[in-house]
Ligand binder design. Structure first.
Ligand SMILES: NCCC[C@H](NC(=O)CCC(=O)O)C(=O)O
Ligand SMILES: NC(=O)OP(=O)(O)O
Length: 326
């Protein structure tokens, strides 16, 4: 590739040093959002959504604007032609355009591309290989930012780490807990995987608690303590990250859970100072109680606000790589 930045994609934890730099850069932009107003002038970002979004869509566009970049959103699932992902198929069915063709075109229109592609939750192998994300990477030939793929949600995780960094307890390591929460649907693993990957990658202590049968892929949780008793896991927690996910082992299924795992104020009687986090959207009083979401423990609005600066730090880093500044 002629473009030196094509080697850089932001799709996973980038390693401790770069992550540290991105967290610092995010905090810098939070204090001075328009400091680099001309840095991305003349560059264009394409944001391609195969699934719904509120925060990711808007925060990424604001981040681009803060850097003087143009951004264009395509809700590909609703507004573009139905995409064929398989190679060598006879396209005489519902799909209209092959990813190879659409990806090539998008690559010619944009300097950077960002893509949201949720998992199927039925084809484990395709999801574990992040098939759609990787097809886009191959077809566009441009630097790609994941806006949440089958496996990970790195812009969310960076925003979460910025949030944690700004609420660290004085003089000691924080205890971070990731807890499973109830839901009525089968949900992806990406947010939980990524939160574990980044929290462990930033060398924080992480305890993960969930009902039996809801173990995450060990690839993401190696190094964390797994505790099946939620109240024990929550003891002395500084940060409690709440998220539902479906079973990984019994892929995409939602085996029945007897106890009520929804976090309430009374769940935190042994964690007086715990801050509570969730990526949003959240179904109130199913996943998390009103009393927590509306109370002083909640960091959810701050996490969402930090999405702008997480995306801005990443775009700025990619611009540096493109122009060979750093
Ligand atoms: N981008 C943030 C989370 C996206 C997705 N949530 C959802 O699909 C919620 C759907 C619902 O509540 O019906 C997830 O869990 O990965
Ligand atoms: N947290 C998050 O990614 O939100 P959206 O799905 O609304 O983008």
């Amino acid at each position: 590739m002629n473009n030196p930045a094509s080697a850089f994609h932001f799709t996973e934890f980038p390693g401790f040093e770069i992550a540290q730099k991105l967290i610092e850069s995010g905090i810098f932009y939070k204090n001075s959002p328009r400091y680099d107003l001309h840095k991305g002038r003349g560059k264009r970002l394409g944001c391609i959504f195969l699934n719904p979004s509120l925060r990711t869509r808007i925060s990424t566009q604001i981040a681009a604007e803060n850097l003087g970049m143009e951004s264009i959103v395509l809700n590909m699932d609703k507004e573009a032609w139905a995409l064929e992902m398989e190679d060598g198929t006879l396209m005489n069915g519902n799909t209209v355009e092959h990813i190879k063709d659409a990806g090539g075109v998008l690559g010619s229109y944009f300097d950077f591309l960002a893509i949201r592609s949720f998992p199927t939750l039925s084809d484990k192998e395709a999801d574990m290989n992040d098939k759609v994300l990787n097809k886009f990477i191959a077809a566009t030939g441009k630097p790609i930012i994941s806006l949440e793929s089958a496996l990970r949600h790195p812009l969310q995780s960076l925003a979460d780490q910025i949030t944690i960094q700004q609420h660290l307890p004085q003089g000691r390591k924080p205890k971070v807990v990731l807890t499973w929460a109830p839901h009525i649907k089968s949900l992806p693993h990406a947010v939980a995987n990524s939160f574990a990957e980044w929290t462990l990658g930033m060398k924080h202590d992480l305890t993960i608690t969930h009902p039996e049968g809801y173990e995450l892929d060990e690839k993401f949780t190696e190094g964390a303590s797994i505790e099946y008793d939620q109240s024990k896991a929550l003891e002395d927690a500084d940060f409690v990250y709440v998220k539902n996910w479906s079973s990984f082992r019994n892929y995409g299924k939602t085996p029945p859970v007897r106890d009520n795992w929804m976090l309430k104020e009374s769940s935190l009687s042994q964690a007086k100072n715990a801050k509570v986090m969730h990526c949003l959207p959240v179904r109130r009083n199913l996943v998390l109680s009103d009393e927590i979401l509306d109370g002083p423990r909640s960091l959810v609005q701050e996490q969402a606000a930090n999405r702008v600066f997480s995306a801005q730090a990443v775009l700025s880093h990619m611009l540096d790589l493109t122009t060979g500044q750093k």
